[in-house]
Design a protein around this ligand. Sequence first.
Ligand code: SAH
Length: 267
Amino acid sequence: MDAPAVFTDADFYQQSFDPREYLKEFYGLSDSQGRANTFLMQNLRSLVKMFSLDGLRGDTLIDIGCGPTIYQLLSACERFQQIIALDYMDQNRRELQKWLGNEAGAFDWRAVVKYVCELEGDREKWAEKEEKLRGKVKQVLKCDVTKANPTDPVSLPPADCLLSTLCLEAACKDLATFRSALRNIAALLKPGGHLVMLTVLRETYYAFNKQVFSCLHLERNAVVEAVEAAGFDVKFSEVQPYEPGDVRTDCEGVLSLVACKRASITG
Ligand code: SAH
């Protein structure tokens, strides 16, 4: 499989990205043949680790490019009082709302929630965690990371933490756009606040439901440099290699990164 000839933009997402199929394909703990979803499990472990670092707590966390998923918020919700979830796509925000509202037909995240509870020390707390998360997500809003104010026309008060998983590399067609998107989202954060990211490395496409989506090919250093240039000091970064042989993507690894926003931009 090859990457799309033209980088798939936000409108392509809006037209072609089916949230239910995305969830079915990538967010079960095991696939239809019973093989473990190591990509997801590694990412959950990284999130547990990052959200247990010192200083990662506060009032408000903004999740940027949340998609239809909640896995990225399961450890975050233990450390922050309220969560605002942002995504470009209407269907993704709707799918997330379904789970938050406990609506019939919402995706079943229980196995994933149990796995995270087990990592955090008590598998039996899964129902409590689900309720905690449902209570903490206060708003689900549209955003476009390529805009100077991603939530335009809404202006959000600066948050204590930004979280973004697998979004900027899907939303940005080149490194210049990626770097500017990081500056755009940095404006949503208080000085001294933290940025927590999961970013796929050296990936050019991912596919599901007979649709292929572009991904910006990124090296670890390019991400670290872009984060620093957007006004952050990187506090933690770690790469988990991704085993080759997955026909759905050419991803080679996932970078976990935590950075702290400097008081003034010097980079
Ligand atoms: N965070 C989720 C979803 C990642 S999929 C996860 O970890 O699985 C990539 C997401 O980026 C999609 O939800 C898509 O709607 C969003 N996206 C694409 N272009 C965007 C843009 N310009 N601004 C904000 N979000 C965008």
